[in-house]
Structure formats: structure tokens, C-alpha cells
Ligand binder design. Structure first.
Ligand code: ADP
Ligand code: MG
Length: 345
């Protein structure tokens, strides 16, 4: 008698969805990353009811071929890596080939696309709703690029749906995801609408002034007033971005954006280095505000640590820590004399 059986594909996807798709914001994150990987220049995000009713993301990227559309929804299907070498030099945001499979197993998903290659075959779409994992292909009117529509998230997994917070809280998370990405891809235009209302409308930014303008729109004018722009390079590492002087701090660590090679990360080593740099200039319990970009050779950092990819592992932890600490410490020390001169007035 057999007591061991292979999980059905649907069940395996739903289990995987538990890891990747925690809430509407995780769906938005995965879909936005796909649009970025597809080389989109403009991405429009529309959500209803905090994303639990509808998430629609449209991009003008390279699109998906008709032949690939259904495959895009299966697990471990990806166009981004083919072998272990690719994995070690990963340049795209996605690579696990899991997001669309997971999301479509816990929602009603519509994927419509028109590939840059498909000059005259037009657009195509596939739909998948939770259980039914055999998506049907149909022609669709669509400009070049891709639209993913995710309706009724967790409609077939009520236990997960119960964990969703209020509409505002869930939307706040989505907003944060969009902001994080908008700060990592200045060259892309973004829009975000919630319940038919425009929340962000960000034009592509090229010059430093335009980037600074986006920083102001996303982080608020006070952030900009107190921030200095830095750009430091040493031992193959580059750190650039905006750090706020101690004249602007927060009671929560809510204005801290840190990117490694264009990828948003949350990392203990990074937090520690930043904290040390600010240690002597901030009151206990206050948190610094910054938007920082660390750039290094992809081979010197492992991004394949966690499914949501928020963590990274640096090959040379000490080098990175010291570089961050020294760069920030110096940036803060450099501006302090000027500060002193201004403050007595
Ligand atoms: P991954 O991003 O890890 O490859 P996904 O499940 O997120 O896995 O997507 C599967 C595949 O579908 C991608 O590798 C890509 O080829 C295609 N795809 C998904 N979204 C888009 C998009 N917006 N534009 C073009 N291709 C897409
Ligand atoms: Mg992806």
C-alpha cells in the first residue's frame, strides 16, 4: 500500500505561494519586478480595495510570445536563467520562475501580452483561476508589452485571506513596494492608482535634478532639505545616494532605502554599518533617513538566499561593512563644520 504520493501541481503551487505571496503587496512586488526585467520604460499599477479585489499592472516591455504565454504560468518556468553560471551572475530581479505560478494558484489571473517579436500576430492572453491549471489561450487587443490582472486574491484559500489587514494597511504596503522600486529605477516612469484615484505619477528621471525631484516626491520635501548627495568609490565598491544629516531623523526606521546592484535589500550587516556611522551624531532611539545605492561586481554578492530575495550574502562581509561605515562616517563628518556655521543664527 502506498502512503507516499506526489503532490498535485496545483497543491505544490499553493504551498509555494505561501512563501512568495503573503499579501497583495507581494503580488505587486513580483509583477513589478517582471516588468522591469522585461525592459519596460513605463509601468502603470492600478489596485482596488487594497489589492484584494484587483491588482492590474501594465508595462511596455518586450512582451511574451504566444507560444510562451501558458508556460509562463507554470512553476520553474523562466526565461531568465538557463544554468548555474547564470545563477551566479544574476542580473535580473527574478529567476525562480515561481511568481506567476504561485499567484495564479491563489487568484483569478489574466495575462495578456504582445511580444516585440510578434509584428503581425497581435496580442494574446491566458487566464487561470486557482484550481484550473490548464490555461486557455485567446487573442487579445494589446499594445506591445504585458498586462497582468490579479483578481480576488486568496479567493480559494480563506485561511490566508483572513490574515489580510485593513484596506488602508494593505494599500500602504503596496505603496511602499512601488516607492522602493521607483527609487531604484529612475529611468522608468511609474504610476499608481488606488480605487480610481492617482497616488503617484512619476516621470522618467535622467539628470540629477530630475532624480532629486523624484526623491522629494517619494520621501517628502523635508528629506530633501536635510539630505546631502554622496558618491564614493573604493576597492571596487561604489556607494552613492542621499543621506540625511542628523538635523533630520525619524522615530521609526521608515525612510531607509538601501539597494545592492539595483535590488532592494534589508540586511543586518548593512544596518549595522549605517548605525555605527550615525552613532555619535544621532540621539538614542532616533533613526537616520537615507536612500543609498551600493554597486559591486555581481559575483561578489549572493542574492539566492531567500525566495523574496530581501536578503543578500556578501562574499567579503568585512570589506563591505568597513566601506559603508567609512563612507558614511566621512560624509557626515565632512558636512558638520558647515552645519556649525549655520546653526548659531
Ligand atoms: P521569473 O520572473 O522568476 O522568471 P515569473 O513566474 O515571475 O518567474 O515569470 C515567468 C516568466 O514569464 C518570466 O521568466 C518571463 O519570461 C515571463 N514574464 C512574466 N512577466 C512578464 C512581463 N511583464 N513581461 C514579459 N515577460 C514576462
Ligand atoms: Mg518574476
Amino acid at each position: 500500500m502506498n502512503r507516499i504520493a506526489l503532490l498535485s501541481q496545483r497543491l505544490a503551487n499553493q504551498i509555494a505561494a505561501g512563501e512568495v505571496v503573503e499579501r497583495p503587496a507581494s503580488v505587486v512586488k513580483e509583477l513589478l519586478e517582471n516588468s522591469v526585467d522585461a525592459g519596460a520604460v513605463r509601468i502603470d499599477v492600478e489596485v482596488e480595495q487594497g489589492g484584494s479585489k484587483l491588482i492590474r499592472i501594465r508595462d511596455d516591455g518586450q512582451g511574451i510570445n504566444k507560444e510562451d504565454l501558458a508556460l509562463a504560468l507554470s512553476r520553474h518556468a523562466t526565461s531568465k536563467i538557463a544554468d548555474l553560471d547564470d545563477l551566479e551572475n544574476i542580473a535580473s530581479l527574478g529567476f525562480r520562475g515561481e511568481a506567476l505560478a504561485s499567484i495564479s494558484s491563489v487568484s483569478r489571473l489574466l495575462l495578456a501580452s504582445r511580444s516585440a517579436d510578434a509584428v503581425d500576430s497581435g496580442g494574446w492572453q491566458v487566464e487561470a483561476a486557482g484550481q484550473e491549471m490548464t490555461p486557455t489561450l485567446a487573442p487579445a487587443a494589446h499594445p506591445q508589452g504585458t498586462t497582468v490582472e490579479v483578481r480576488d486574491l486568496f479567493f480559494n484559500t480563506p485561511a490566508r485571506k483572513k490574515f489580510l489587514r485593513t484596506e488602508n494597511t494593505e494599500f500602504g504596503r503596496i505603496d511602499e513596494v512601488v516607492k522602493r522600486l521607483a527609487l531604484s529605477r529612475f529611468e522608468l516612469g511609474f504610476s499608481l492608482r488606488h480605487n480610481q484615484r492617482t497616488v503617484h505619477q512619476l516621470q522618467p528621471a535622467q539628470s540629477i535634478q530630475e532624480k532629486q525631484r523624484r526623491i522629494g516626491l517619494v520621501c517628502g520635501p523635508a528629506f530633501l532639505e536635510h539630505a546631502v548627495y554622496i558618491d564614493i568609490e573604493a576597492s571596487g565598491l561604489r556607494l552613492w545616494g542621499w543621506v540625511c544629516l542628523p538635523t533630520f531623523s525619524r522615530s521609526q526606521p521608515d525612510l531607509q532605502y538601501f539597494y545592492v546592484n539595483g535590488r532592494v535589500i534589508r540586511d543586518k550587516l548593512v544596518s549595522h554599518a549605517v548605525k555605527q556611522a550615525y552613532r555619535d551624531v544621532l540621539f538614542h532611539g532616533r533613526h537616520p533617513a537615507f536612500v543609498l545605492y551600493l554597486e559591486l561586481q555581481p559575483a561578489l554578492v549572493d542574492v539566492n538566499v531567500h525566495p523574496t530575495k530581501h536578503e543578500v550574502r556578501f562574499r567579503d562581509q568585512r570589506l563591505v561593512h568597513d566601506f559603508l561605515f567609512r563612507s558614511l562616517h566621512k560624509a557626515l563628518a565632512d558636512v558638520r563644520p558647515a552645519d556649525h556655521m549655520e546653526s548659531p543664527s
